[in-house]
Design a protein around this ligand. Sequence first.
Ligand SMILES: Nc1ncnc2c1ncn2[C@@H]1O[C@H](COP(=O)(O)OP(=O)(O)O)[C@@H](O)[C@H]1O
Ligand SMILES: [Mg+2]
Length: 458
Amino acid sequence: MSVSVPRHSQVLIVEDKPSLASVYRAHLEKAGFLCELAASQPIADAHIENSHFDAVILSLDLGGPDIASLVSAWSAKAPSASIIAVAANASINDAVDAVRAGAWDYLVKPLSRNRLVTTVTNACSLPEQQPRESVAEVSRLKPDTQGTMIGSSKAMAETRKQIEAIASSSAPAFITGESGTGKELCAQAIHDFSARANQPFIALNCGAIPHDLMESEIFGHLKGAFTGAISDREGAAAAADGGTLFLDEICEMDASLQIKLLRFLQTGTIQPVGSTHTRKVNIRIICATNRTPQTEVAEGRFREDLYFRLHVLPINLKPLRERGRDVLELASRFLSTYSGEEARAFNRFDKDALDRLLAYHWPGNIRELQNVIRQAVVLHDADVLESHMLPDHLVTAQDTHHSPATARTGRHLWQIERDAIETAIASFAGSIPKAADALGISPSTIYRKRESWAEKTA
Ligand SMILES: Nc1ncnc2c1ncn2[C@@H]1O[C@H](COP(=O)(O)OP(=O)(O)O)[C@@H](O)[C@H]1O
Ligand SMILES: [Mg+2]
């Protein structure tokens, strides 16, 4: 055979029949793979928990576990491992379920040596944009970001590339994205990858500080400069000298301060309120907004000259609903973190819960996901987080999911349409653009419809 095997690829063989397991192992080791055997699900769980695998061969005749939830849980736990389901003729439906739940491919017994080795080879040498590539991408970055910015989607891989590229410059970076998409985390990552990493990172939220105090927050003040200025105070810009100043919600900054910020960007000098002296500082500016800055400029709320000064290196963060299976990776991480913090036993989600998480549209993005998981963890305790433990709005949005047959049972047309659309979204792992494409409508139609369903069910 002439396929080239990625070197040292690790394969976990989950098969309860020792004779079959050793045949698979012999074929694969001969082809250059490193193999581990697991004769039961708990053993496989432990392997997946503790080691890295590029591929997992999962016999569907294992018995016991619900295959789809097993596949979902494993793909969330080990996004870099491609799962290959192995079915007997009788269990082909399970194989299809496994693929829907995230398995990479399936094979039907009896397996020829050729078929097995080719499939595993392909699974271990995924092309770009597949999860494995983006995990490799992260590991080239500093190890701490691998732990903080979770997600193997194409969108996240792209974001990581942009962060790396932007970090090496000192020009202003401008982050856009809906609330909760990780703008602050992204700003911190840009700083962490930059040459300024050992210098301060100072974040200031322009929307949270009263307008009349904002100037002093940024530039500092002298004692007596205004009522309440009881002593000299260094501002954020001076504190960030040598490092990065992150101006969050920049579009909330009022007009008079926009001029002062522009002056600062032009001269690189700061002047504390009440002072006649200026001081030169060396700061990298990163700003962020959940608005569309071009609209703010067009409508006269944001100075155009300031916009051009700041909008040098743009980076846009995709909403969570467009990041495919990232939601499962994030949910698993939050489940384990919060279970630890709240002393709960949760270690996985059931299949229905995973489906709900994938199908929901997450208007509040990752922050909303954190809140949903934390709430479920605080209010319940079990090994498995089941869908009924999730907040009602996640569950009811999806009630009749997967059952086109109920389309004839006297429901309103909008409910039937909603089910068709939500089912399509779920089957594209939460991707609205892909679902829209498959249904021959535009993504904005789906967003609009979802808003109207939300009103109907409110
Ligand atoms: N890719 C990610 N991986 C893990 N946690 C994330 C990710 N993106 C965002 N978060 C978390 O979600 C929350 C919201 O992120 P934040 O950066 O404050 O969003 P924004 O500034 O866009 O509103 C934070 O707790 C952040 O740590
Ligand atoms: Mg923020």
